[in-house]
Design a protein around this ligand. Structure first.
Ligand code: S3P
Length: 167
């Protein structure tokens, strides 16, 4: 595997679950950008947002993206907002193949539920505002190389589909 395999999409689309499965099947490393940020900061994402605000979090996120891209080819789960920074999108596209896990707002909303570890779910709790945030991001996610509809599809099926598309 020469290039990184990068999973993009909104919160609740299954990037981490699917990413782990793809990495297992390919026998390579799985990295979750959110985990890299938390380890580096020594704080949870919620604590980073609460103490330092979103811009600080986005700076840590960009640094984590660069660090992961510089390591051996891996399966990378981005955060739901990672592609909103143009420099992240450019770097990820240069060094990886991007798969957008696309799902309907209602499905994503149900999956994240009352997630208490996602600051942006707390800020956009209702389906309407949650959907608006998703709609503002779809144009960025669609810049991925491949789009996979993941509504009503199991994570294993999505992982198999990604592997098929790589061959
Ligand atoms: C965010 C999504 C989260 C995490 C942070 C911000 C976003 O990642 O990076 O809470 O802006 O959509 P997941 O997509 O893995 O939940």
């Amino acid at each position: 595997m020469q290039r990184h395999i990068v999973l993009t999409g909104f919160m609740g689309s299954g990037k981490s679950t699917v990413g782990r499965l793809v990495a297992q099947k390919l026998g390579c490393r799985f990295v979750d950008i959110d985990d890299v940020i938390e380890k580096h900061a020594g704080m949870t994402i919620m604590e980073i947002f609460n103490k330092h605000g979103e811009i600080y979090f986005r700076d840590l996120e960009s640094a984590a993206v660069r660090q992961v891209l510089d390591s051996s080819p891996s399966v990378i789960a981005t955060g739901g907002g990672t592609l909103m920074r143009n420099s992240n999108l450019t770097e990820l596209k240069k060094r990886g193949v991007l798969f957008y896990l696309s799902a309907q707002p209602s499905v994503l909303h149900e999956r994240v539920g009352l997630s208490n570890n996602r600051p942006l779910v707390k800020e956009h709790p209702g389906l309407d505002e949650f959907s608006e945030l998703l709609a503002s991001r779809v144009p960025f996610y669609r810049k991925s190389d491949h789009i996979i509809e993941v509504d009503h599809v199991s994570p294993i099926e999505v992982a198999d589909c990604i592997i098929d598309m790589l061959e």
